[in-house]
Design a protein around this ligand. Structure first.
Ligand code: ZN
Length: 754
């Protein structure tokens, strides 16, 4: 319905309320720009003219020579990929670059400033992690000779003076976080200024995959960077670079950054790192023992340098504490106090992180148990090993971490992913089971019946369909679940057809990669649409599927036979022993870890104390070790614990009561008690209490009626009869456990997690 005042042909134009001025038709309203919008939207006049573009193209021909002359570290000059991206940048064309780390992405932001037409121009570089800002500023200054500044909270944020200096063109490179970029002060003070609009050469977005990965939950501002286009002239291009662009992330990037899919430059030189070998294996030992990481620290080490310099990525920082404990325990006692294994994550102070990173660069700290806080954008050339503890979130995360290995010239690295055994059973393709069942898979031994355990990740695509859990185990074994173990007897497996990789595959195809039976590098190539390299990677250095001998560098420790553990005899807990162990752990805490924040039970937990109180007299370390499998502090405290336990007066092993005692027999033999014979459903406690088999140890009279059966027929050890334990002298004085002096000198390796 239309009114005479607004004869709109649009059928959905709402009728205006009576007494009000009617609104113009919808289509007209959208064409009319408010003064505010007109002010912020880019002007077409800002686009470069044909003459200007011709001048720029002419200049670009001299760019390779300018780079050779000015960037002396680039001995081979700029690559074709770099030149393309630089040219696209100065011509005002949006660009998406997919390239591995070390491909010279930073140089792409710097190179255009060599051109005469770029004089007085400014490049906005958006970086996700503040910790990288300083390093990047130094790189731009020292390597490229540019005036650079980082705007972040560490430098007082976006002050008036800084805003003025940016608009005035005093800096050629402005590094900024997405949060700071989208603050009102920066938008009003910089982006909206016409003077800055003409100066702005490009908006360079590093780690651009974060725009897609983080935008919805973590670092939400990253997903909104595209709105900066509304404030800048059309001629200012966006240059998005990343080492991990899957097809889905790439498409999402175009949408979020408002890039015209028909008019942009996409350069994909792939993210393969031919100098880094891939290894994927399931953990052989219980995960809480962390023994699968033993290959990082040789038992026979003679110097701290024998500890392999490595990143160990653990997304769970609490679990990282256990990893540090275990690896520290493997370090030779002479070097244990040096803190060769350290945590590194965002929860720690900046001072601590700076100090530890300095020590790590110098090779004094050998292993960083870390999160993505360590490594993203940092250039550490001599880290040859990257370990992923448990399956990462997705392939992008893994490739980012893998890319931090062997960055130095001529180095060869190893990227080791240690995954849960169930990672070989999960639904790798994300397809519905019904789809899979229709596909014949005779090689995987399907049987009748639907089974599997289900769960959040689903079952193995081909293992779940039929045959239940047993069949999924077969599936997992066929896909390499038993490869890379200590024995190495199952390292070789038969190649199976690889499934099709779809955009819906869980973890961007991570589980297809894990369950691959042909070549992990080939799966990575397919997932990221990498080009097939001109020179094929040497199969001996490719992956553990191409060369199973690579496993020899990452074997776990020898497994402890289950029969040995079962042979350890146990009886009933003895309270006095348990209390002595409680006293021991308190004393150890006080003596060896006085400054640590954890409680004594972190040294020896209650369950372990109870278990040890039930093993009878301890006569050898071997006997004790049978009961302490997986104890992270065995290396550090086993001597003290053995001395403690061997010094206790522990009664002979008291056998546990049988599960079903013949409780009714004594009642039947007594005429007097026959009168109170319990019925078939009565609890057995009455008859059991009447059994006078064992005298109660309490000398003060008859005991009260027992509440539990095992308290009655168990000879209780004399209360408090065991002598107090004596704390042995520790191998190293407490003071020697202080780590080398550093900025955060109050740091203790366990404190960060407790
Ligand atoms: Zn391979």
């Amino acid at each position: 319905m239309s009114t005479p005042q607004s004869p709109s042909p649009l059928r959905h134009t709402p009728s205006p309320p009576l007494g009000r001025t009617p609104l113009p038709p919808l289509s007209t309203r959208h064409r009319v720009k408010s003064p505010r919008l007109r002010k912020i939207l880019p002007s077409s006049a800002s686009s470069r003219t044909a003459a200007q573009l011709a001048t720029i193209r002419k200049e670009l021909k001299s760019l390779p020579e300018l780079i050779k002359k000015n960037y002396t570290k680039w001995t081979n000059g700029a690559t074709q990929c770099q030149l393309e991206c630089m040219g696209s940048q100065v011509l005002g064309r949006d660009t998406v670059l997919h390239a591995a780390t070390r491909a010279g992405k930073t140089g792409i932001a710097a190179g255009p400033h060599l051109l005469p037409s770029s004089k007085g121009k400014v490049t906005l570089v958006v970086l996700p992690l503040l910790s990288l800002h300083e390093e990047q500023v130094e790189t731009f200054k020292n390597e490229f000779g540019l005036k650079a500044i980082a705007i972040n909270s560490a430098h007082g944020g976006c002050t008036k003076d800084i805003v003025r200096s940016i608009v005035a063109g005093e800096h050629q490179i402005v590094l900024i976080s997405p949060e700071m970029l989208l603050t009102r002060r920066f938008i009003d003070g910089v982006l909206r200024k016409p003077e800055f609009g003409t100066r702005c050469l490009s908006v360079f977005i590093d780690e651009a995959h974060c725009v897609s990965h983080w935008g919805d939950s973590f670092h939400k501002k990253y997903g909104s960077i595209g709105i900066t286009r509304a404030f800048l002239p059309r001629a200012v291009p966006i240059i998005a670079v990343s080492a991990t662009l899957t097809p889905r992330v790439h498409d999402n990037l175009l949408v979020k950054l408002c890039i015209d899919p028909k008019n942009y430059l996409y350069v994909n030189i792939g993210n393969d790192r031919p100098t880094v070998a891939h290894i994927v294996r399931a953990m052989e030992h219980p995960m809480n023992s962390h023994r699968d990481l033993d290959f990082l620290v040789d038992e026979d080490m003679v110097s701290p340098r024998d500890v392999k310099k490595a990143f160990v990525y653990s997304d769970d920082t609490k679990e990282g504490a256990g990893i540090i404990d275990h690896l520290n325990d493997r370090v030779h006692p002479d070097f244990r106090s040096r803190g060769l294994v350290r945590p590194y994550n965002a929860s720690m102070s900046r001072e601590y992180r700076d100090a530890v990173m300095l020590l790590f660069r110098a090779g004094i700290v050998r292993i960083l148990v870390c999160t993505d806080t360590a490594g993203m954008g940092c250039d550490l050339p001599d880290v040859n090993i990257v370990v992923q503890w448990k399956a990462p979130a997705n392939m992008s995360s893994w490739i980012q971490r893998l890319g931090r290995a062997a960055r130095g010239l001529g180095r060869e690295g190893l990227a080791v992913m240690l995954v849960e055994k169930t990672a070989f059973e999960v639904n790798a393709t994300g397809k519905e089971v019904t789809d899979i069942v229709s596909t014949p898979q005779p090689a995987r031994g399907r049987r009748a019946g639907r089974g599997g355990r289900g769960g959040a990740r689903g079952r193995g695509t081909r293992g779940r369909g039929r045959g239940g859990r047993g069949n999924s185990k077969d599936y997992a074994v066929l896909h390499g679940q038993r490869r890379g173990t200590f024995s190495g007897k199952d390292d070789k497996i038969s190649s199976l057809p690889e499934p099709e990789i779809s955009a819906d595959a869980p973890g961007e195809g991570l589980y297809i990669y894990i369950q691959s039976t042909t070549c992990q590098r080939a799966i990575q190539t397919a997932i990221f649409r990498n080009k097939t390299p001109d020179v094929a990677v040497d199969p001996l250095k490719c992956c553990d599927l191409c060369n199973p001998h690579l496993f020899n560098r990452t074997r776990p420790s020898k497994p402890i036979r289950a029969s040995r553990q079962q042979a350890a005899k146990k009886g009933l807990p003895v309270d006095s022993v348990r209390e002595s162990l409680w006293s021991w752990r308190r004393a150890i805490k006080k003596q060896k870890y006085p400054r640590a924040l954890f409680a004594p039970h972190a040294i020896l937990n209650d369950d372990t104390c109870k278990r040890l109180s039930a093993i009878g007299p301890v006569t050898s370390r071997e006997q004790l070790s049978q009961h302490m499998e997986g104890w992270a502090r065995w290396g550090a405290l086993s001597d003290e614990l053995f001395t403690c336990m061997s010094g206790l007066d522990i009664p002979t092993l008291v056998p546990r009561p049988r599960a079903r005692a013949p409780v009714a027999e004594p009642v039947r033999t007594s005429d007097a008690s026959a009168a109170i014979r319990p019925g078939p459903n009565a609890p057995p406690a009455v008859a059991f209490a009447a059994t006078p088999a064992i005298a109660h140890p309490c000398p003060s009279g008859p005991p009260p009626p027992p509440a539990k059966r095992h308290r009655v027929d168990t000879p209780q050890p004399p209360a408090r009869s065991a002598p107090l334990m004596s704390l042995p002298t520790p191998h190293t004085p407490a003071s020697s456990h202080n780590f080398p002096p550093m900025a955060a000198n109050s740091y203790y390796p366990y404190q960060g997690y407790c």
